[in-house]
Design a protein around this ligand. Structure first.
Ligand SMILES: C[S@@+](CC[C@H](N)C(=O)[O-])C[C@H]1O[C@@H](n2cnc3c(N)ncnc32)[C@H](O)[C@@H]1O
Length: 429
């Protein structure tokens, strides 16, 4: 029998004294299982026959659920799902030595609001597969519906298949990053293809017919465009070729228009971003003195924070930072900008003394080097934003070692039905 849900969203049971992870099951399920392999701390099984469904089972919202790898928990009743999801943060913080009651109720973001999606594609002999990877596999699930996405993201699925069929050779695989901006769709195709003049004309015509804001192409093997860095960001070390730029692909942070470079990081939905912004600005509060926004991206937090205080934004991706700086200069916002690799060159003690508060929002690996510097010489208030409860809890431990007290950690479910969880943690000393 399945007794719980594990960290990756799989049902967990035991067989012959060993832990078995079974994707697609829920607590209370009784099922005949085939053992498929090993995972670090147990076995992985698949369901041969579900003999007795558990009480928390419910019908999934999407016809692709179970095959598509995008979601792992649509078959779990909503209350049980929410308990499991917020429990991920409670567990991570408890393991790091923090009291579970410091975790606030989870803020939820409704499905159907995602403004960006990275679709995978494969050019086959007789057409193009376009969708998401299947569960734990590189096979592609061809999709036309996804209840997680804002509807405009999928309206062009059929024409994109036709475009790619006409443009790339059989056997080529790639990605199509589609972002819904305030001025329409911004599309970045990432694939190894040598575009000739006819291809470029076809791509530009596609942008016109479908009224895209912008269409760009990145060849992963192409040369570096300069200034990019690994660990997230827009250039990814490869050259981005603009094919059509019909209008600025603009998003607004605190009403300030910013034009992110193709492929730059954005929070996945405006609703999720707003929830994070409220938690961050609420924790920092208004006041004299400078606030540091580290891993600032294109300024999702910098511009709302600039309504409260002057802000210094630090980011490693040169193109994202250039977009932030250009927006700040145009709007006369009180945001200064610095391009810096915070993994290798975190803000050090003497620099940290300039700030009344520090916000940091690193990629999944977290920000241990920066947390160590903050532990030594950080300001009274520190706010950590993270999409990985395990590294957030580790960084929180580092801060606690330097005398910071965790005031609260708020889970924000901006990746519904998946095992991913965002959170904002507030520290003081
Ligand atoms: C989770 S995103 C957050 C961005 C921004 N705070 C937002 O909410 O839109 C993490 C950001 O860290 C940047 N980044 C990744 N590694 C970095 C590093 N070593 N130094 C500085 N910035 C880095 C990425 O380019 C990305 O913009």
């Amino acid at each position: 029998m399945i007794s719980s849900i594990g960290g990756r969203g799989d049902g967990v049971g035991t067989a012959d004294g060993q832990t078995v992870y079974v994707p697609g099951t829920v607590p209370g399920d009784r099922a005949l299982i085939r053992i498929e392999g090993r995972r670090a701390d147990g076995l992985v099984g698949s369901v041969i026959e579900l003999s007795d469904p558990g009480p928390a089972r419910c019908p999934p919202a999407c016809p692709h659920f179970g095959v598509c790898g995008g979601c792992s928990l649509q078959h779990l009743e909503d209350g049980a799902y929410a308990d499991w999801k917020s429990g991920q943060l409670v567990t991570a913080f408890r393991r790091a030595g923090f009291a579970p009651d410091l975790v606030a109720p989870m803020v939820r973001v409704a499905p159907g609001s995602r403004r960006r999606a990275s679709f995978a594609f494969l050019r086959r002999r007789n057409g193009v597969l376009f969708g998401f990877n299947a569960r734990a596999s590189h096979h592609l699930v061809d999709i036309d519906v996804c209840p997680l996405l804002a509807p405009p993201l999928l309206t062009l699925a059929a024409p994109i298949r036709e475009l790619l069929a006409a443009t790339v050779e059989e056997g080529i695989a790639g990605d199509v990053l589609v972002t819904l901006t305030d001025n329409g769709l911004d599309i970045l195709v990432e694939a190894e293809a040598r575009l000739d003049l006819f291809d470029r004309e076809r791509l530009a015509a596609f942008a016109g017919v479908h009224d895209l804001a912008r269409l760009s192409w990145r060849r992963p093997g192409g040369r570096m465009s300069g200034g990019g860095m690994s660990g997230g960001g827009s250039s990814g070390g490869a050259m981005i070729e603009p094919l059509a730029h019909r209008r600025p692909a603009v998003v607004r942070f605190a009403d300030i228009p910013v034009e992110p470079p193709p492929g730059a990081f954005l929070q996945p939905s405006p609703e999720g971003e707003q929830a994070l912004v409220s938690l961050v600005t609420g924790a920092v509060g208004a006041g004299d003195g400078l606030v540091a926004d580290l891993f600032a991206g294109c300024g999702s937090f910098s511009f709302p924070l600039a309504r409260l205080s002057a802000v210094h934004a630090v980011e490693g991706d040169a193109a994202a930072l250039a977009a932030l700086k250009a927006a700040s200069d145009r709007a006369g916002a009180r945001v200064s900008a610095e391009c810096r690799d915070l993994g290798h060159r975190p803000l050090l003690g003497p620099e940290l003394k300039k700030y009344r508060a520090v916000v940091f929002d690193p990629p999944r690996a977290g920000a241990a080097p920066q947390a160590e510097q903050l532990a030594g010489a950080g300001p009274q208030r520190v706010v950590a934003v993270s999409c990985n409860p395990a590294t957030l809890a580790r960084d929180a431990r580092i801060l606690a070692g330097g005398g910071y007290r965790l005031l609260r950690a708020t889970p924000v479910d901006q990746f519904p039905w998946s095992a991913h969880l965002e959170a904002v943690a507030v520290f003081e000393r």
